[in-house]
Write a protein that binds this ligand. Sequence first.
Ligand code: ZN
Length: 355
Amino acid sequence: MRIERKRNPLGKEIYTLAVHRTPLYVKPSRNPVIIVKGKGKDIADNTGLQKLAKRRMISNALVLKLIDVAKEYRDYDFIKQCWNAYHCLGKIYTTGGKLHGKYCKLRFCPLCCGNRKADLLNRYYPYFQNEWGNAYFVTLTVKAQKVKNLKKYIDGMCRAIAVIIDKYDRGYKKGKCKKLIGIRTLECGFNPEKHTYNPHFHIIVKNKEIGDTLKKEWCKLWTLKYANPGAQKVKPVWNMQGALIELIKYCGKIFTEPDNDKKLQGMAAPTIYAHALYNILKALDKKHVFEGFGFTLPEQPKKVTFTPVGDYKIWHLDPKTGDYINDDLDFPLIGFSKPPELESLLENCIDTVLN
Ligand SMILES: [Zn+2]
């Protein structure tokens, strides 16, 4: 408040209260400009959004169970990662008919796994389809192990494959042998009856000769005591897309099934073993689960774009309904109807007891 000195029409000085001449600060109605990455998801594609909401529900249920397990081990770093996965795409922005959000990019996040799969498939499939006409699918494994040996064996497997590739690389440079060319993923299955883990490499190699060489060297390194030659497989690839999908579904045996509609309706509901998943994730920590060797992909133009936008809506995930809500709107973004099978699956099929 300010006192103002004025003169009245008779020339006499008077004092009045100053009138507020500058308008009061009003918060601009427009949002601050944000930068969105890539093209975003199409909002008109409701099937895609329903799928996303379903994945989100599975993700949250799974992550909460993993947190319970990690708490038992007082693994606070892992709990922190779990919360990041829990909030993956928890807040989204819609602009120009597209949806944008921040992904956690963690290995065990079902949403990010789906993205990674699609990305790898887009990058590798056209090249493999054209160049790798005689490809073979190789499985290399060791004997099933109890949890206490899991990390040791996975470390050993990574060392073994590196030793084999390196040996042939050096031989090739000296002109003594052929180069090993392929891509490999490291996975681990869990057998709930025997409580054992089955770590294995899935490898797509350029031809049969490379596949046979890998198998021969693998068996020689591990010997009969640790690896059964009958479990090491070399099979021709009939369908490159199918082989690639098989290869890149990380820890697939644990993640993929609950998202599969047929399984949801079917009789044999899959079980996610949270304890086993935790053990596998810890054993695979800092390991390269996906790696190519002996070849380089042709340069591909980077398609990622960054666009500043000011006109957008903000939506938050409502964990109860699995849908996204906006504070100013009284309808959800997706109109997600949770399939009843999904609810029972999430409640009953995530097992935290079994180790
Ligand atoms: Zn994520």
